[in-house]
Design a protein around this ligand. Structure first.
Ligand code: SAH
Length: 230
């Protein structure tokens, strides 16, 4: 990227943070945690949106506060939602985080800068195949092909779980893979829901947050069953 483009990008990013701040004030009356904003500032969102990586004209759209297509009928969430979900999970540096719905890898890249290890599961094999090379520089991220309803049992329990596709019923299998006191955030019946695990049976509390729209959490795997980068 030339110097002019770098300067454009810096302005475009500033606008993204203004949008996130406005949206957060409206939703919650508060600002997003600075660690989350710092991680997002260091993550080149446009590089996760394949077709636009080469076109300077697309940059303002890639950083605008809206979801963008990433192929296979899927979308990368709008920046505010990435910030809000990461913020609500209250992620510590020592945490091991499971993400369901790798998609473009952008959310995984942001999470990787907030915690010690990210495990991410995607059900569409060719999408994961495109995404994993993009994630190699985030050395604490591992991804695999799978149905996120099953979580990633081998590495459980997790301190935090983030689901980035909409479901109509709380996936209890995922709550089981959380540590007691652990938290999970997921889009559930049109709202973000924050789940806190309170006991091993498992027992848990839920809190409904803002209304959201997401692509659906779909049962099963879309193609062959081979894990890709384990
Ligand atoms: N976190 C992504 C957002 C991706 S959109 C990003 O930052 O780009 C949601 C993703 O969830 C899609 O890629 C979709 O294929 C995936 N998905 C849907 N159902 C799933 C399931 N059961 N298991 C794993 N991934 C699933």
């Amino acid at each position: 990227m030339n110097t002019k483009t770098e300067a454009d990008l810096s302005l475009i990013r500033k606008q993204m943070f203004k949008d996130i701040s406005l949206h957060s004030q409206r939703a919650d009356g508060r600002e997003i945690d600075s660690r989350v904003l710092f991680a997002m500032n260091r993550t080149p969102r446009h590089e996760f949106i394949e077709h636009s990586a080469k076109s300077v004209e697309c940059l303002p759209i890639d950083y605008a506060d809206r979801a963008r297509p990433i192929g296979f009928g899927q979308t990368i969430s709008q920046p505010f939602i990435v910030a809000y979900m990461s913020d609500k999970l209250d992620i510590k540096e020592s945490h091991r985080v499971l993400e369901i719905g790798t998609g473009s890898g952008y959310q995984a890249a942001v999470l990787s800068q907030l915690c010690s290890k990210v495990f991410t599961v995607e059900r569409i094999e060719p999408l994961l195949r495109n995404t994993l090379p993009r994630l190699t520089k985030y050395t604490n991220v591992v991804g695999k092909l799978g149905d996120g309803h099953d979580g990633w049992q081998e590495n459980a329990p997790y301190d935090r779980i983030m689901v980035t596709a909409m479901t109509n019923s709380l996936p209890l299998g995922l709550v089981k893979q959380l540590k007691v006191t652990g938290k999970m955030i997921l889009p559930l019946n049109g709202h973000l829901c924050l789940v806190t695990k309170t006991g091993p049976r498992p027992t848990f509390e839920t809190k409904a947050l803002i209304g959201v729209s997401f692509v659906p959490l779909v049962e099963g795997i879309s193609a062959r069953l081979t894990p890709i980068n384990e």
